[in-house]
Each structure stands twice: as C-alpha cells, then as structure tokens.
Design a protein around this ligand. Structure first.
Ligand SMILES: NC(=O)c1ccc[n+]([C@@H]2O[C@H](COP(=O)([O-])OP(=O)(O)OC[C@H]3O[C@@H](n4cnc5c(N)ncnc54)[C@H](OP(=O)(O)O)[C@@H]3O)[C@@H](O)[C@H]2O)c1
Length: 261
C-alpha cells in the first residue's frame, strides 16, 4: 500500500520505541516523514536508528513540545523543506514514572507531565492547524496516542493516567470544533507495547502479563503503527473524535485470568 504518497507527516517523539515504528510505517507507505525527540542527542540517536532500518530522507529536528518557541522552529524547518504538512501524530509522552503514589506526587512534577502530554500535544496541534492545515485546501488529519490507562488506571501513575484522560477529552473536543473545518482528530489508545522497558521485565513477570492479556501477547510498535496509519488515512475518512483501543483485549475483561478462580 502507498496510501501516503505525496503526503508529509510529523511524528513527535519519533526518537525511540513506538515512535520509530510510526515513522517507519508512514515512510514505507510513501510519505515524507519528519520526527523529533526532546533533545539533540535523542533526536540524533533516533535518526541513526531509522537510517539503520534502511529509511532514507527522514527529516529530524529536536523539539521539546512543551516549549512553544521550539515547536515554531520545528514547523519553520518543515515549511522550508516540504512546504506542507498533511498528518500530525502526537506520540511524544512523558511517562511520569517514579513519582510515587498520589499522597507523594509533587504537583510540580505532575505539571511537567501534563505540560508535555496534554498542553504539548495541544500546542503542536494548534500550531500545525494554523500554519499548514488551514491554508491547504485538502486540510489535514491528527492522530493522538493515548493509553488504555485513561479508562482503567494503573497504580502509582497518577500524573500519567490523568494526562491520558485529558488527551481523550481533548481529542473529542478538537474533533467537534475542527470537523466543520475539514480536519479530523482521532486517537489510538494502546495497552502494553513491547518497548525497551518491556525488555527489562523479569521473564516470569512478562509471562504473567501475557497470560492476563486475552490475546496472550502485548502489541508491537508495528501493531500500533498499523492502527495509527489507518486513522491517518482516507480509510477512516468518516471517523473523527474516536478513541481506538489496541490492548490485546485487556479492557474487555472484568478480572485478569490470574484472579478468575
Ligand atoms: N509503551 C507502552 O506500553 C504504552 C502503553 C500505552 C500507551 N503508550 C503511549 O504510546 C506512545 C509511545 O509510547 P512509548 O512507550 O514508545 O514511548 P517512550 O518510549 O516513552 O518514548 C517517548 C517519546 O516521546 C519523546 N518525548 C518525551 N517528552 C518529550 C517532549 N517534552 N518533547 C518532545 N518529545 C518528547 C521521547 O523523546 P526522547 O527520546 O528525547 O526522550 C520519546 O521519543 C506514548 O504516547 C505512550 O504514552 C505506551
């Protein structure tokens, strides 16, 4: 399939893990792809990893999405090089790991997570719509990455869960207001994805997690990229404001199999 021939795509947080698979999927389907990590070093590492996958012509520039000036500079670079942007994938996330339980979380640390995941995703979207989509007759499409933890919380990740719930509401709100302007906004909400973090799990814990997934296996980045590409393509042309869960069936169970006795 070459659904994205002639399209330009920006994947935020394209420097590692799922972001690399998102960049790869759009590039393999014919798009000119841009990506950013939060720093020069991580963005350079991401660019190297993409080149090692045999992907040529990927645009990259560091951009902390919580900083409006850096967002503007990234869009300047895309405009100068490509002159258009058709698809925005808001994948970058602060995981907010290690903040402790809700009785300990420092509100300043929570704000950092919200500033990246909610405000950051919003300000990139706003800037892209004003700068590119509204001046292009074909407009454009936005896909956010949320999480199944927006609906079913995980322990001691208060800031992250709150931010992903915020993204789900943001997606519906943006879809409502931008739909009449010809801009679609949808969301993919993954469960477990196999990333570098998954590789650090003890084998028995990984096996237990898999046992508790109805499909018996966590998603790969490529699984997520396939759904994101669908949401970004004309194949989903009549969808907006949707949150598509990709979690091996975890959200449809009342109790994991470990407890079902
Ligand atoms: N992994 C999972 O099991 C899982 C489950 C559900 C949902 N998700 C969601 O799926 C998406 C991808 O997950 P992942 O595990 O692949 O993510 P990840 O490994 O934590 O990578 C996060 C990416 O976001 C970038 N980033 C973080 N803060 C940023 C900022 N302020 N500005 C710009 N970029 C920033 C990172 O850049 P640097 O390299 O510079 O740090 C990195 O490229 C995320 O939205 C995540 O919340 C993941």
């Amino acid at each position: 399939m070459n659904r994205f021939e002639g399209k330009t795509v920006l994947v935020t947080g394209g420097s590692r893990n799922t972001g690399l698979d998102l960049v790869e999927r759009f590039a393999r389907e014919g798009a000119k792809v841009w990506m950013c990590g939060s720093s020069a070093a991580s963005t350079a590492r991401g660019a190297e990893a993409l080149a090692a996958r045999g992907l040529a012509g990927i645009g990259s520039r560091p951009c902390d999405i919580s900083d409006a000036a850096q967002v503007a500079a990234l869009l300047d670079a895309i405009d100068a090089d490509s002159g258009r942007l058709d698809i925005l994938v808001n994948n970058a996330a602060d995981q907010g790991i290690g903040q402790g339980g809700p009785l300990e979380v420092d509100p300043a640390a929570m704000l950092k997570v919200l500033r990246t995941n909610v405000v950051g995703g919003f300000q990139v979207t706003q800037a892209v719509c004003n700068r590119f989509f509204m001046r292009q007759p074909t407009r454009g499409t936005v896909v956010f990455l949320s999480s199944n933890t927006a609906r079913r919380a995980i322990r001691n990740r208060t800031s992250y869960c709150a931010s992903k719930g915020g993204i789900n509401s943001l997606v519906r709100s943006l879809a409502l207001d931008l739909g009449p302007l010809g801009i679609r906004v949808n969301c993919c909400a993954p469960g477990y994805i196999r990333t570098e973090r998954w590789d650090t799990l003890a084998p028995e814990l990984a096996a237990r997690r898999r046992r508790n997934c109805p499909l018996g296996i966590e998603a790969t980045g490529a699984d997520i990229a396939g759904v994101v590409a669908f949401l970004a393509s004309q194949d989903s042309g009549n969808m907006t404001g949707e949150i598509v869960t990709v979690d091996a069936g975890c959200s449809c169970q009342h109790m994991p199999v470990d407890c079902d006795c």
